[in-house]
Design a protein around this ligand. Structure first.
Ligand SMILES: Cc1ncc(COP(=O)(O)O)c(C=O)c1O
Length: 387
């Protein structure tokens, strides 16, 4: 038997596993949008699919869609590139700007895949801590970058899994003050600022002012097109020249390009959807806060909650933990609640064992009915209703 071995550095990469429970009644664990796109968009989608010449290769880099995006945000088409989800761009930029032995900094707690992409590129991970309220402290981060000298600094605004975000002026101060490439992952930005003005916290309009900025956006969240796998990056011309070297031809499929063009063309679709989700998010946050949970202020399509006070006492007791410290009790209580919801066929995301979020549970905003069912189940599990 021949023993095949991969690159040594792959040994430390663990598989990305998310609990999948296909028969769950309510699935709110992946920050998807639970509503389908609606009849009008579905019609356009089907027409786009029908007209798509799938016997031909698509355009090499989705130039049509790049042009549409560029026009919307006022940059040159060359400054836009597409990815098979923004995930592809995160992976590729680590190859392009990181690579063996170069450091890439990213926040903690944040999107767990950053570390994996850094590892895949043989780069050196340098996580930096967010503040206690899960935001970026600009002065501390600027000092950190001056000391550590990473080649790339990834920022996640709003931050996954906490939903917290920083204002644009803070992000601009960081971009201006550091020497490295700043990757601004704005996967959830449309939901920030109460969903009122999607662009107000975005750094997209800074790409022509700062050569060291690359902004990532996705169609997976606000557009509700996670299954389509399409995201985009916008950056300065010099940054794009480098990133485009590592993008393969035809990396985004023709059906996806055709459908994404239809969705991008319809501004009202996005506005309606975002304002509805933000309203639902605020109601869900308020209901869970009334039950006694700590709810992080969210600028995204999900919320992070943690048991505290009376809720923590109840859940820790139900979990039967003998931990006597607050974090240990929260870890046990959070896990108990996660399992109890799963018993009721409600799948949320379990962060309860995360060292910086003990007891943390992330819940994506579902439909109004789903959110009501979640609140009701939580109230039943902890044994008391809304006060
Ligand atoms: C912060 C963040 N960035 C990027 C992504 C990747 O999104 P996609 O590849 O679907 O565009 C996600 C997905 O959940 C995310 O949470």
């Amino acid at each position: 038997m021949k023993k095949i071995k991969g690159r040594d550095s792959l040994d430390r990469i663990e598989d990305y596993t998310v609990e999948t429970v296909p028969d769950a009644d309510i699935i709110v664990n992946a920050n998807e949008t639970n509503e389908f796109c609606g009849d009008a968009m579905e019609k356009k989608l089907l027409a786009a699919v029908k007209a798509c010449p799938i016997n031909r290769y698509p355009s090499m880099h989705g130039e049509d869609l790049c042009e549409m995006i560029a026009e919307k945000i006022g940059v040159q088409p060359f400054q836009v590139c597409l990815g098979n989800g923004s995930s592809e761009l995160l992976e590729k930029l680590c190859y392009a700007f990181g690579g063996a032995g170069r450091m890439i900094a990213y926040p903690n707690p944040s999107f767990s895949m950053y570390e994996t992409y850094v590892d895949l590129a043989d780069s050196i991970p340098v996580p930096f801590a967010l503040t206690e309220d899960c935001r970026v402290d600009p002065d501390a981060l600027i000092s950190f970058c001056r000391k550590e000298k990473p080649a790339v600094l990834i920022l996640c605004n709003p931050n996954n899994p906490t939903g917290t975000y920083n204002e644009k002026a803070t992000m601009e101060k960081i971009i201006r003050s550091v020497d490295c490439l700043v990757v601004m992952d704005e996967a959830y930005i449309e939901f920030s600022n109460g969903g009122q003005d999607a662009s107000c916290n975005s750094t997209l309009d800074l790409v022509n002012r700062y050569d060291n900025l690359l902004v990532l956006r996705t169609f997976s969240k606000a557009y509700g097109l996670a299954g389509l796998r399409i995201g985009y990056g916008v950056g300065s011309v010099p940054v794009m020249k480098i990133l485009k070297k590592v993008l393969l031809p035809y990396h985004v499929n023709g059906l996806t390009l055709a459908i994404a063009r239809e969705f991008l063309a319809d501004d009202n679709y996005l506005k309606d959807r975002v304002s509805r989700i933000v309203r639902l998010r605020e109601a869900l946050s308020s209901d869970l806060a009334k039950l006694g949970f700590q709810v992080y202020p969210s600028g995204s399509n999900f919320i992070m909650i943690r048991p505290q006070g009376k809720v923590l006492d109840v859940l820790a007791e139900k979990a039967g933990t003998d931990a006597d410290d607050e974090a240990g009790r929260a870890r046990a209580g959070g896990k108990y609640l996660f399992d109890a919801l799963l018993d009721r066929k409600i799948l949320i995301r379990n962060y309860s064992q995360h060292p910086l979020l003990p007891g943390g549970l992330r819940i994506s905003v579902g439909t109004a009915e789903e959110n009501a069912a979640i609140v009701e189940a939580v109230a039943e599990i902890i044994g008391f209703g809304k006060e």
